[in-house]
Design a protein. Structure first.
Length: 213
């Protein structure tokens, strides 16, 4: 292979690995939720959005929900969702209240999946991203998995077991008939401790010690 061919091969690899920027417009409430998730997991906002969208694209529950708005056919695993051009396009539909842009970046493979979703929804990739993000973050199981994975990666097994027991106790004795998620629990911990430290281990350890008292 000549030098020119090697250089061209490297350029192709660089282009295929390069992430694509998308700036979806979302409600301020959704943006606040994402920033809160970013803060309590000490994860960059762009990464939070990217991971939630990637998980949403693989979630049947999320795709089932979005299929109510498909104007064109969409294939998910072995299921083909039938589109209906009689459905109104969501391109110009925004959530009530103030809306703002948020930045994220996707791998080329994920971007192509979002493009296919945008075709089914008959909207731009940016709009499809905002709809996907909103549907994903409302999926309790998906949000729980995101936070639980983070906790497993950042605190020891003993503390994780204690947190599970706390969560089990709270849900068993919750008078509001609403199950408390891992995200809600982690938010409660940060609210209760009100510690300026960004060290998740210290925050959780302090809260558990306080909870025992």
């Amino acid at each position: 292979m000549s030098r020119g061919e090697v250089a061209e091969s490297k350029n192709r690899k660089t282009r295929s690995d390069k992430k694509r920027d998308i700036k979806p417009t979302i409600s301020t409430n959704l943006k606040d939720c994402i920033y809160r998730l970013s803060y309590i997991t000490n994860t960059p906002v762009k990464v939070v959005v990217e991971v939630l969208c990637e998980k949403g694209l693989k979630s049947r529950k999320v795709i089932d929900y979005l299929s109510n708005y498909f104007r064109r056919d969409f294939k998910f695993l072995n299921t083909v969702y039938m589109g209906d051009l009689e459905r109104e396009s969501l391109q110009r539909k925004y959530q009530s209240g103030k809306n703002e842009r948020i930045s994220t970046r996707f791998k080329q493979e994920t971007y192509e999946e979002i493009s296919l979703l945008s075709q089914a929804l008959d909207v731009t990739p940016s709009k499809a991203t905002s709809l996907l993000l909103d549907a994903s973050i409302r999926n309790t199981n998906l949000l729980n998995a995101f936070v639980k994975t983070y906790l497993h990666d950042h605190i020891d097994e003993t503390r994780m077991k204690e947190l599970k027991q706390v969560l089990k106790y709270i849900n068993k004795n919750n008078p509001y008939k609403e199950e408390i998620s891992w995200f809600t629990l982690l938010s409660m911990i940060f609210e209760d401790v009100k510690d300026s430290t960004t060290n998740i281990k210290e925050v959780i350890h302090s809260w558990i010690d306080k909870y025992r008292e």
